[in-house]
Design a protein around this ligand. Structure first.
Ligand code: PLP
Length: 426
């Protein structure tokens, strides 16, 4: 386990897809911008110019890390939610200046993060056409499904403006989408293409030019950078979204507000470090992922397990599992709490609302496919309810995975003993 985690608690941390610890190099690089180099990067004095130089250096580093054409294509944002909202709501504002909302169309996959899904639903509420693309049983968007949806869109009487937003990798099951093919197809139909790459930047090579996307958004805290900062790539020639924040016109007018220089330095340092370590860390994570998958498959558990993360076309580091209760449905959250008591930090992977624990909408989409109105069978419902996600990162060791494999049947056995109480959660 990494020093940062050891200092905080002796937990085995297997929730890297939720957030990562800040890299020590990023922390050191950020520190001066909280103290002696605190000046506003928009100030004309020498302190301001020094802060601005650090900001522009960070932008150049970010552009290099994702192979963007130039630093000017990179906007510093407040993270993944901020960036995706800026693209979707900002483009909507531009298009609606000369197009009726009912002639605008947004297509998203059924497994998008809420950072994309909710802005898309907001557009639909004000008249936009919305298509939610189905996914395959492995959690992938097929090029054929997008083509069918785009063809249908063309047949709409006044369809004029079309935005496709499909995530690079899913945060729950880790499925990796064929973005290059999807973006190229969208362009053939005159649509513009955005991808939420929060779960891939820093973990696998991300080359915006090779992917051929118009917009790509990501977040620092998923790749050992600070929370509350991220970046947006806007391809040269793509329409600049309208700003959602109006003010001093920072970031080329796209995102007003004094720029978070320390955050920008942090995201750039962390990403540069991840990219440099990528060949090694990728291979290590692949090995750990396989070790965990093999271990889970051969575990003697009181009830059957299903691994939902596809073996192919997925990012390394994520293993999402369903536990199928024999006599009563298992709640992923209950299992999570039992594992927590045994010193393992994971995530249920499903949306936990204030009053109700809901089945995973990602698994729901994977099971119903094109038949989105179909109700789940009781077995499918159990699979979508008893979910748990383990996500590994730079500090995860094989011993951590072995400790999880030892704790998992214990946690399940404890859960089975509390069956009467747990079933009352429903
Ligand atoms: N998109 C995906 C795929 C994510 O996993 C997350 C965070 O969990 C977000 C967007 C939101 O990013 P942020 O926390 O930086 O707003």
């Amino acid at each position: 386990m990494g020093a940062l985690l050891d200092d905080v608690s002796p937990m085995i941390y297997l929730d890297y897809a939720a957030t990562t610890p800040l890299s020590l190099a990023a922390l050191a690089a950020m520190q001066p911008y909280f103290s002696n180099m605190f000046a506003n990067p928009a100030s004309l004095h020498s302190g301001g110019r020094a802060a601005n130089a650090a900001l522009e250096k960070a932008r150049t580093t970010l552009a290099c890390c994702v192979n963007a054409e130039s630093p000017s294509t990179i906007t510093i944002t407040g993270g993944g939610t901020d960036g995706s909202n800026l693209v979707i709501a900002g483009l909507a504002q531009r298009w609606e200046a000369d197009t009726d909302p009912s002639d605008c169309h947004i297509l998203v996959s059924a497994i998008e993060h809420e950072a994309v899904l909710n802005p898309a639903l907001a557009l639909h509420k004000r008249g936009w056409q919305l298509t939610v693309l189905p996914v395959t049983p492995t959690g992938h968007v097929s090029v054929d499904a997008l083509e069918r949806a785009l063809q249908q869109s063309l047949h709409q009487p006044n369809a004029q403006k079309t935005l496709v937003s499909i995530m690079h990798a899913n945060n729950e099951v880790g499925s990796l989408q064929p973005i290059q093919a999807l973006a190229s197809l969208a362009h053939q139909y005159g649509a513009v293409f955005h991808t939420d790459a929060v779960q891939t930047v820093g973990k696998i090579p991300v080359d915006v030019q090779q992917l051929g996307v118009d917009y790509l958004t990501w977040s620092a805290h998923k790749h050992y950078g600070p929370k509350g900062v991220g970046a947006l790539y806007t391809a040269g020639g793509a329409l600049t979204p309208a700003p959602l924040l109006l003010g001093g016109g920072q970031e080329n007018g796209l995102r007003s507000g004094t720029v978070n220089v320390a955050g920008a330095v942090g995201v750039a340092t962390a990403l540069e470090e991840c990219v440099a370590a990528q060949p090694k860390s990728f291979a290590r994570l692949e090995m750990l992922t396989q070790h965990l998958r093999d271990g889970l498959e051969s575990l003697l558990c009181p009830c059957p397990l299903v691994i939902n993360t596809p073996a192919d076309d997925s990012i390394p580091g994520i293993v999402h599992v369903s536990v199928l209760g024999n006599s009563f449905p298992i709640q992923g959250e209950s299992l999570l709490l039992q594992l927590d008591l045994l010193g393992i930090a994971a995530s249920s992977g499903s949306a936990c609302h204030a009053v109700a624990l809901e089945p995973s909408r990602i698994l729901h989409a994977m099971m119903v496919g094109e038949n989105s109105d179909r109700a789940l069978t009781s077995e499918e419902l159990a699979r979508a309810t008893g979910t748990i996600r383990f996500s590994m990162g730079h500090h995860t060791t094989q011993q951590d995975v072995d400790a999880l494999l030892a704790a998992f049947p214990k946690a399940l056995n404890r859960l089975m003993k509390t069956a009467p109480t747990m079933s009352g959660v429903h």
